[in-house]
Design a protein around this ligand. Structure first.
Ligand SMILES: Cc1cc2nc3c(=O)[nH]c(=O)nc-3n(C[C@H](O)[C@H](O)[C@H](O)COP(=O)(O)O)c2cc1C
Length: 118
């Protein structure tokens, strides 16, 4: 069955994104045509990008990169629950995206934005 990962894109203490991510998961689970799972960036503890080669080369060397790649490869699509920081996404989410390449290819993505203002 199609697997959709709901990525929690904020990592700060007290993040509202966690509640929003769980809400997205509950809404998504009302569908029966796909499986949904939360992917919490806090569980991966990715440092700032520390791979020597561009991810498109697929030459991952770090254990944290391989673990992150295995997780993302196991999903068919994603909902990124992104905080709005200075009118952009979080550094943590951008960094997590930049770690990989092939694992994201040809997969659909949607976004849920967490912000104080409309
Ligand atoms: C560093 C920082 C920058 C922010 N910049 C914006 C912004 O540009 N626009 C906005 O509407 N809210 C902004 N906010 C408010 C956040 O969007 C709000 O706190 C939201 O809950 C962030 O998601 P989080 O709680 O999961 O971290 C900012 C918050 C932080 C911590």
């Amino acid at each position: 069955m199609t697997r959709i990962g709901i990525i929690l894109g904020s990592t700060r203490p007290g993040r509202n994104g966690e509640a929003v991510g769980h809400w997205v998961l509950e809404v998504a689970k009302q569908r029966s045509d796909a499986q949904f799972e939360l992917i919490d960036l806090l569980d991966y503890q990715l440092p700032h990008l520390d791979e020597a080669y561009p991810p498109a080369m697929g030459l991952y060397t770090q254990p944290h990169t391989l673990r992150w790649a295995n997780t993302i490869a196991s999903f068919d699509g994603f909902v990124m629950v992104t905080p709005e920081y200075n009118h952009s996404t979080s550094g943590a989410l951008k960094n997590a995206i930049d770690f990989l390449y092939a694992e994201w290819n040809n997969k659909a993505v949607g976004f849920a934005r967490v912000a104080d203002q409309g």
